[in-house]
Write a protein that binds this ligand. Structure first.
Ligand code: PLP
Length: 224
């Protein structure tokens, strides 16, 4: 019952207003069920096919979050049930989510992914790009999408000063965007940041939602 113990330990370290997304990618449904049985209801996945397969067999009151890079042609498979998409990194993707949400008669909550890490490979808008995108106002035509905040990943490093700087950049950007574009929208309040290695830092610097995988489920075995 390591999963239950791990969850208990993590929950004991989380601030009361920080939500826990259990990142279950590559782990079998039995592992998710074990977490579910301890009361965990929010699960994060980053592959569409895997998410769809798990959603089919697991309890219906799970809140599924999509946390990985999302291709526009795959939005249609998850639009029916996804609770939050963390990883919107283009207007094109936003418009496709809007289209598919409308088809399902839903409004889908999303986060804008912000690129603050040093790694070249991380997706997302730079702070300048996100301001420009919001200023252009095309997003406002997407009435079936609700932008509820920002998501970011810090650089994978042991340098806590750098990680802290990156999280603070996101927090300040969130304040700026709130004042400039979302002043009348109290739902714009989420900041998804912090993973197994850095969530304790993240929650001290504005995170409202941490995404934790390996500390709950153990190391992932990549078979794909
Ligand atoms: C895999 C993943 C996580 C969880 O990473 P851990 O280090 O295992 O906690 C969080 N966020 C995203 C976007 C991920 O892809």
């Amino acid at each position: 019952m390591m999963i239950a113990e791990n969850l208990q330990k993590i929950r004991a370290t989380l601030k009361p207003d920080v939500r826990l997304v259990a990142v279950s990618k590559y782990h079998p449904v039995e592992a998710l069920q074990e977490a579910y049985d301890t009361g965990q209801r929010i699960f994060g996945e980053n592959h569409v096919q895997e998410l769809v397969a798990k959603e089919e067999v697991l309890p219906k009151d799970i809140e599924w979050h999509f946390i990985g890079h999302l291709q526009t042609n795959k939005v249609k498979y998850i639009a029916r049930f996804v609770s939050l998409i963390h990883s919107v990194d283009s207007v094109k993707l936003l418009k496709e989510i809007n289209k598919q949400a409308e088809k399902c008669g839903r409004t889908i909550d999303v986060l804008l992914q912000i690129h603050v890490a040093q790694e070249e490979t991380k997706f997302g808008f730079t702070p300048e790009e996100v301001v420009q995108m919001l200023a252009e106002e095309e997003w406002k035509t997407c009435s079936h999408v609700r932008i509820v905040g920002l998501m970011a990943m810090a650089t994978n490093t042991d340098n806590e000063v750098q990680i802290t700087d990156e999280f603070e950049t996101v927090r300040q950007l969130s304040d700026t965007l709130k004042g400039r574009f979302f002043a009348d929208e109290p739902s714009f309040k989420e900041i998804s940041m912090g993973m197994s290695g850095d969530y304790l830092i993240a929650q001290e610097h504005g995170s409202t939602m941490v995404r934790i995988g390996s500390q709950i489920f153990g190391e992932r075995i990549y078979t794909k």
